[in-house]
Each structure stands twice: as C-alpha cells, then as structure tokens.
Design a protein. Structure first.
Ligand code: AMP
Ligand code: GLY
Length: 427
C-alpha cells in the first residue's frame, strides 16, 4: 500500500521510520518532509493546508492511508474535506475531523467538554472582550499563581503562568484588548494552577474502540533544571517511572473512557490520536490539555517502543477495526535528546552543515528541522529543533547516556541541547 505522512518534524520522521519497517508499506510519501524522511521515502513539496492539492496527490498516487502529523490541517478540516469528496472519502485517514480536533483547537471548548463529562481538570472560567471587566474581577479574587490560556492555537505559546496579580491583569488585557496572540487570544481561559508532575498519555481511537499507547514525559523548558522559556520540547522519556499501574488505571477509568464516551455521546466520530497532557497531583490525575495528534518529541520515544506493525495499527484506526488489535510493546526504556539551534525558542540562525551523523552509534536519529542541499550534498540545519537522538536500553540511565554521548558527537554550528533530560529519575 502507498502511504502519505503529512508534516515535516521529528514526529513525522518517526512515523515514516516505523512505516518503512512494515511489509505492508510500498511507496511512502512525506508532505513536505525533511532530510531524514527523504532517506525513507519521497518528500512531496506541497502545502498540506491546500486540501484540494493533497486530495489530487492521493488520487494520482493511489494512497491507501493518510497519517496527519500536526494539528493545523486537522483543526482546519482536512478530514472534513476528504469526507466531502466522493473519490477521497474511502481513503483511511488517521486524524479527527474539525468537530474532534476542537479538543485542541479551542481550550474553552475542551474545558466545557471536561465539565460536561465529569473529567478531572483545573477549575476555570473563560472571558472575552464582552465580559473583560468580569474577568478582571475574577482575577482579582483568584489565588496566585494563576494560568491564562489563549483559547485558540498559538503555536505552543498561548499559556502564561503568572505569580503576580498585577502582571496577570496586564497580560489578560494584552491578550483580549491588544490581541497579543492574535485571534487565538480573543477568548482567554483563566485557570487554577495545579502543583504536581506532568506526563502524557496517548490514545488511538477508531470512533468506538481505543488502544492506550506507551505514556511519555517531555521536557518543555529550554534550560537545564526545567528553567527558561517553553519550547516545543527538548527531550522525552518513556515509560514514565511514576505512571505505575494504579495511576494508569485511574487515568483509564476517570479520563480515557469518559473522554471517548463523551465524544461518542456528542456525535463526534473521532478517528485518530488523543494526546492527553496530565498533571499528577498527589496520586490523582488531572487533564491539563488535550491535543488531537501525537506529541513531538514524545512520538520519538513512543513509536520505537511499539512492536506491533504500525501500518496495521493505523489502518485499523482509519477503518474502525481497532477492537481486533492487540498492542505489543517493548518493555525497554526509550529516551530522546533534542538538538536545537542556539537562540531557540527565540531567533536563531540556520543553514549550518550537520556533520558526524554517521558517528552516532546505538541511537536512532529523527530529523526535525533539517534540509538536504543538493548543490553541496550536505544536510543543513533548517529550524529551531534540528534532530532528535533516540536510544532504547534496559535502564533509563543507559538510554539517556547513549543519547547524550551521540548528541555530543553530532555537530553543527550553534548546536545546543539539554544534558539533563530525565534528571528527576536518574542519580
Ligand atoms: P499547554 O500549552 O496547555 O500544554 O500548557 C503548557 C504548559 O503549561 C503545560 O505543559 C504545563 O506545564 C503548564 N500548565 C498548563 N496548565 C496548567 C495548570 N492548570 N497548572 C499548572 N501548570 C499548567
Ligand atoms: N511536546 C508537546 C507537544 O507536542 O505539544
């Protein structure tokens, strides 16, 4: 079968890597892909948001499975477009329609969804320009720290944690009156701050049945010791030591099942991943956020631990046959360390040749922001996050050590990485 992966990051490289291992995969296309995916399949220079062009590509290339990596095409309705076209609607797609992607596309909607279905989450209220003065009153009485969240997609930047009431008031006004996050912040969720430890749980849903994939923990801050600005993710580990059986049982019965039941009861035929960002407060799980896709770099540790045929699993999701699937997982520990460009998540320079890639032994490299330069035959840095270095081992410390030593060897100008991924769990 011919497969199309939509996206261009480490997550999409990891999908391509697993798809390539399957006997079922014939031609593999990645739209638009990166220098890593080009080694596994054919990169396609089309814009995934031009749904008619994506559809025509699928017809021209007899695509039998579409995997949508990032949230934007989902929130903007790529599935809805495919389902509206007679010749496309039979193509199995992993990724929900607009009515499911809203779990990520609107924080106000997803909070109200959790309330409707009794799913544990932080207390909140939403405000817009219509009731800004109520919002300011609400903030005035709110305990500090407080969390302000832009309702819409804000490229991972729309969440502010504020310790100080004046600052919180200022930021709320900036979001609503000055459009600090554009339209995404015209509605703001004001939320209670939860003190705890985070982990992420991934659920594959076929509209009715579901499979829980290995959990992961990512490291979002740029600086060691979890300091500095938030990034897309500087590294990840799986499994997560504190997500033991008792905790995961609570996650399943209090969060996963009510979520899937809730979607069904609201007539949402959700086919794709649900990424549940959790806070463990004491021993209890609370939902911090839903995403309608896999995480990046979490995918780079979750997929290497899946031993089942990933094409089979994705097809079962796309065709509503997950009930017949049994997930086989690798009990070993996976760790990934992300090499980034100095300056990220702010401004950074790119276009620097990446060398010593072949020196990295015992790890799998998933390219994120890389590009092949045909003029020189070089692979160059082409983004903030450049390369994920993933290792599997029987202990977490071994997996981390291997990734770190390879992260040191691989070289490009302005390389930076965190040396302390997994720090809470290793001595
Ligand atoms: P999000 O964009 O929703 O993933 O939020 C970004 C980060 O903000 C999360 O990964 C958490 O670290 C933090 N965060 C979000 N909501 C809360 C909350 N209610 N309490 C504490 N931290 C939060
Ligand atoms: N690593 C967090 C995310 O993918 O949203």
């Amino acid at each position: 079968m011919n497969i199309l992966v939509i996206g261009s990051g480490g997550r999409e490289h990891a999908f391509a890597y697993k798809f390539r291992q399957s006997q079922l995969c014939q031609n593999l296309y990645i739209m638009p892909g990166n220098a890593g995916t080009a080694q596994l399949g054919i990169n396609v220079e089309l814009n995934p948001l031009k749904f008619d062009e994506v559809g025509q590509f699928c017809l021209d290339n007899q695509i039998g499975l579409v995997l949508v990596g990032p949230e934007e095409p989902l929130v903007k309705g790529i599935r809805d477009y495919f389902e509206s076209q007679t010749e496309l609607k039979h193509i199995p797609m992993v990724g929900p329609g607009k009515n499911g992607a809203i779990l990520e596309g609107s924080k106000d909607w997803s909070k109200a969804f959790m309330m409707r279905h009794g799913i544990p989450t932080a207390a909140y209220k939403s405000f817009s320009s219509q009731n800004l003065s109520d919002g300011l009153d609400y903030l005035n009485q709110h305990a500090m720290p407080v969390v302000l969240k832009a309702d819409g997609l804000a490229a991972g930047k729309g969440v502010l944690i504020l310790n100080n009431r004046e600052e919180a008031t200022h930021e709320l006004k900036l979001m609503i009156q000055e459009a600090k996050f554009g339209n995404a912040g015209s509605t703001v969720v004001i939320e209670e701050f939860l003190e705890g430890i985070e982990c992420s749980v991934f659920v594959l849903v076929d509209g009715s049945s579901y499979v829980i994939l290995p959990e992961a923990k990512d490291y979002k801050r740029i600086g060691e010791g979890d300091t500095g600005l938030n990034t897309g993710g500087m590294g990840a580990i799986s499994p997560v030591p504190f997500a033991d059986e008792a905790f995961m049982q609570k996650v399943k019965t209090r969060i996963v099942e009510p979520t899937i039941q809730g979607l069904k009861s609201e007539g949402i035929n959700y086919k794709g991943f649900i990424f549940i960002g959790l806070m463990k407060v004491g021993d209890e799980p609370f939902v911090i956020e839903y995403n309608c896709r896999m995480g990046d770099p979490e995918t780079e540790v979750v997929l290497p631990r899946i031993q089942s045929d990933l094409v089979e699993l994705m097809l079962a999701c796309g065709t509503g046959n997950l009930a017949n699937c049994k997930l086989q997982t690798d009990p070993r520990h996976a760790a990934t360390v992300m090499l980034v460009s100095e300056g990220y998540p702010g401004d950074y320079a790119k276009g620097f040749p990446i060398t010593e890639l072949e020196e990295a032994s015992g790890s799998v490299l998933f390219h994120a922001g890389t590009k092949f330069k045909p003029e020189t035959g070089e692979i160059v840095s082409n983004g903030g996050r450049v390369l994920a270095v993933t290792s599997l081992a029987t202990t977490l410390s071994e997996a981390l050590e291997t990734s770190k030593s390879n992260a040191l060897k691989i070289d490009f100008k302005n390389k930076y990485f965190r040396r302390d991924i997994g720090f809470e769990f290793v001595s």
